[in-house]
Design a protein around this ligand. Structure first.
Ligand code: SF4
Length: 503
């Protein structure tokens, strides 16, 4: 039997790979005509697939690598050469994909066996056991503690190492002025990657984002991914925790791991990443503080695994969830980066340049502005999906539609809505921004502020009774009619300016 390995399943130690001596890889191209995917994302995906092909062949695996417009076209060729063949595939992460693949195979006279994915730490059965009897009232933090207990990661017997489950309180610092960000990994593209890049820039020449490979920071092979992991653990992890929520002018990466693209392609397994980080903490070599390693482990064992299962549970409805009824298009600045708002301009610029922005830029700048402005969650999800090198449907949909847009309360009990206060506290952007973070109304007032209050008023019926919103609505109730008129006028001007590309 042949294992059909999908482009985001490249983990060479996956159990099903060990049970098959032949592999099918299909590089399909037409899907990327439907959205203007970032050229670096497409280069990364296709380069990782072609390198995985070569690595598997070096290990003696018989690899059929087909390039075609669609999966269907590739399977026409495959079954012409292998009539009636039986294929195996690890369960794809995208909703409905297993059924679609089975139809494609069976309609060509073959058979497809779908086996469990070996690319996550926890299984659907584990999730089902944990959620049994909880109704809809499950939250990431409870899941995270459960996975810590089950895996023994950062555990001291039955207790969390250090006595607390979560050190978030210590992870909200901004670096001092003289702080130098730790060095970044770079991976000089080899001939194969350059060949892929030339193909991508020619085939998808009008796509959104900077195609320049200069300083390309994304590993495209297993060995590069392992080198990136080592580099992170040794040089970046110590500062990751305290500064993980910070934003600095001229710093796109700070001490973030930058491992999500490799993880989401399967070049790294989340368990080995967690083990490397916790070993560095335990061994004490790299001087990793507990707050750093715990924050990092939570991203993987908590959020990443939680979002994967939440997506499985809530699809297909999750993709179109829109409990606030938000319907505006993305304002043009998400495409042009052309805005005087320093924080938003920087975050969009980071995505355009490398297909990446770190989690606080994603949540508290890019998603927060779209939420307050009133963007349709599905439109924002499409933008994230096409623009980010680590974005797959199972990743962005719960994060963007659920968490960022509050299209549903599946993954958070309240919206991540914030005024300029948050950005001002966590970044140095406001100091060089023409807008005033302390003003709500008037031409120079930060756009976040009027939009924030207007948003709360607009969606009062849904939000007032929502968990932990009581204090916020206390402030809403404090404002008099004249204040509300000024806020609504300013918010209307902000929305009009944003829609016209004049913000
Ligand atoms: S003032 Fe407002 S727009 Fe400008 S950087 Fe601060 S939060 Fe962003």
């Amino acid at each position: 039997m042949t294992l059909w390995l999908l482009g985001d399943q490249l983990y060479p130690e996956a159990a099903p790979l060990q049970r098959h001596d032949s592999v099918l890889l299909v590089e399909a191209h037409e899907f990327a005509d439907r959205l203007a995917y970032h050229p670096q994302k497409l280069t990364l995906l296709f380069a990782a697939m072609r390198h995985a092909r070569d690595d598997l062949r070096d290990r003696g695996v018989d690899v059929t690598y087909l390039r075609a417009a669609t999966f269907g076209d590739a399977l026409d060729d495959y079954f012409a050469a292998n009539p009636g063949a039986s294929l195996t595939v690890m369960r794809p992460s995208s909703h409905g994909a297993a059924d679609r693949l089975r139809e494609l195979v069976e309609s060509r006279g073959g058979s497809l066996s779908v086996v469990a994915s070996d690319l996550f730490v926890t299984s659907p059965a584990e999730w089902d056991r944990w959620t049994d009897g909880r109704g809809d009232g499950y939250r990431q933090e409870q899941w995270y503690r459960h996975v810590r207990r089950e895996t023994g990661v950062l555990m001291d017997g039955d207790d969390p190492v250090g006595g607390d489950w979560n050190y978030d309180e210590q992870n909200r610092e901004t670096p001092p002025d003289d702080w130098d960000a730790p060095p970044l990994p770079t991976f000089e593209p080899d001939d194969l990657t350059r060949e892929v890049h030339a193909f991508v820039t020619e085939r998808y020449g009008d796509h959104w984002g900077d195609a320049d490979l200069d300083g390309f920071p994304w590993p495209v092979t297993r060995s590069e991914a392992l080198a990136a992991l080592d580099q992170f653990v040794e040089t970046r992890l110590p500062a990751f925790g305290p500064y993980q929520d910070a934003m600095l002018q001229g710093e796109w990466a700070l001490a973030h791991s930058l491992l999500s693209p490799a993880l989401n392609l399967g070049l790294l397994h989340p368990r080995e990443v967690v083990d490397a980080a916790t070993a560095a903490y335990r061994d004490g070599d790299a001087d990793v503080p507990l707050q750093s390693v715990e924050g990092f482990v939570r991203q993987l064992l908590g959020w990443r695994e939680f979002m994967r299962h939440a997506y499985r549970e809530a699809m297909p409805g999750l993709a179109d969830a829109n409990q606030l009824g938000q319907e505006r298009d993305l304002p043009p600045l998400y495409w042009t980066g052309d805005t005087d708002m320093a924080c938003l301009s920087a975050a969009v610029g980071h995505v355009r340049r490398r297909g990446y922005a770190h989690h606080i830029e994603r949540l508290m700048v890019l998603s927060n502005f779209a939420l307050l402005y009133g963007v349709d969650p599905a439109a924002l999800n499409r933008w994230f999906h096409l623009g980010f090198v680590d974005a797959f449907h199972w990743v962005t949909t719960p994060n963007v539609v659920g968490m960022g847009s509050f299209g549903t309360d599946l993954v958070s009990s309240k919206p991540y809505a914030a005024s300029a206060n948050y950005v001002n506290r966590m970044s140095d952007h406001c100091a060089s921004c023409p807008y005033d973070p302390d003003e709500t109304t008037g031409e120079d007032a930060c756009p976040f502020n009027s939009l924030y209050w207007d948003f709360l008023r607009e969606h009062e019926e849904t939000l007032r009774g929502t968990g932990r919103m009581g204090l916020v609505y206390h402030h809403v109730d404090d404002k008099d009619d004249a204040e509300w008129r000024a806020i609504r006028d300013r918010a209307a001007d902000v929305r009009a300016d944003a829609a016209n590309g004049d913000l």
